[in-house]
Design a protein around this ligand. Structure first.
Ligand SMILES: C[S@@+](CC[C@H](N)C(=O)[O-])C[C@H]1O[C@@H](n2cnc3c(N)ncnc32)[C@H](O)[C@@H]1O
Length: 269
């Protein structure tokens, strides 16, 4: 684990007085790594927009399908998963290494509770490798330098950015962060994104409530803004679509309705 603080026995400080995004997301996914404050705001958002739990599960399902495509058809063996979240079912390394045991995965998150639970993300196959970096996505140079200890940046890498760019306001330059990361990986690398979109007034209101009552904020974007993150990349079919419409044939029970969450995968030419 690339974290000098935990290696020295330092325990990250967990603030249980203010809701945190990683823990609220864990609650919506049915996990147990959350506190009463997280459940309170989580319940309030669910009351305003009941489909939020469905979107959380659909995003995890997209993660699995995207990795199945990347590790399978696309032959990718290296993954940089930024905004990992608390460990849950089908973590990136489990899906990738089930297909290609030699896969190498680096996880990145800035939430102290994710750091506490990071060992559950480091259960690599002997042939592959897993590492965890405690870092903010707004520090792409630090992330790239640390990740280079595990990943070979002369070979293709899949950048997994699910539910993370929405955490970054426009004023912090999410487009420039994506560009910096893409500039560091070679041709044949991929970018996968999933985030909420501002096409539903109900969701916009629910997210406004979340932002007013949480320790961090989430920023819905237009479908065009999400599409803009893929500038210069070749989109993998079916393009940038509702979470329910990205290769649904790979799911046992496809969900036909559009949701205000979009996703896509692009290849660096
Ligand atoms: C909505 S969750 C998504 C988790 C996972 N990618 C998924 O799709 O299930 C967002 C994650 O991003 C992390 N995060 C939020 N802001 C971040 C930042 N500035 N830098 C790094 N991670 C961040 C949170 O701690 C949380 O674990």
């Amino acid at each position: 684990m690339t974290d000098s603080s935990s290696a020295s026995g330092y325990k990250p400080k967990i603030d249980t007085s203010v809701p945190q995004g990683a823990r609220v997301w864990n609650y919506w996914l049915g996990g147990k790594d959350n506190y009463p404050v997280d459940r309170t705001v989580g319940d309030q958002v669910m009351a305003m927009f009941p489909d939020i739990t469905r979107i959380a599960r659909l995003q995890r399902s997209f993660l699995a399908r995207a990795i199945q495509y990347l590790a399978g058809e696309a032959g990718i063996r290296q993954f940089l998963d930024i905004g990992t979240g608390l460990p849950t079912a089908n973590n990136t390394h489990e899906v990738a290494q089930a297909i290609a045991p030699e896969s190498r995965i680096v996880y990145v998150d800035n939430d102290p509770l994710v750091l506490v639970h990071a060992r559950a993300l480091l259960t690599s196959t002997p042939e592959g490798a897993c590492d965890y970096i405690d870092a903010d996505v707004r520090e792409p140079d630090k992330i790239l330098a640390e990740a280079a200890k595990t990943l070979d940046f002369t070979r293709p890498v899949a950048l997994m950015m699910l539910g993370i760019l929405g955490q970054i306001p426009d004023s912090d330059g999410p487009q420039a962060i994506v560009k910096r990361l893409l500039d560091a990986v070679p041709s044949g690398s991929y970018l996968a994104i999933s985030d909420g979109v501002d096409t539903s007034e109900t969701v916009t209101e629910a997210i406004r409530h979340y932002n007013e009552n949480s320790g961090n904020t989430y920023h819905l974007r237009s479908p065009e803004q999400i599409t803009g993150f893929f500038d210069g990349l070749e989109l993998v079919e079916p393009g940038i679509v509702s979470l329910t419409r990205w290769r649904p044939e790979a799911t046992p029970f496809p969900d036909p309705d559009d949701v205000p969450g979009m996703c896509g995968v692009g290849r660096k030419p």
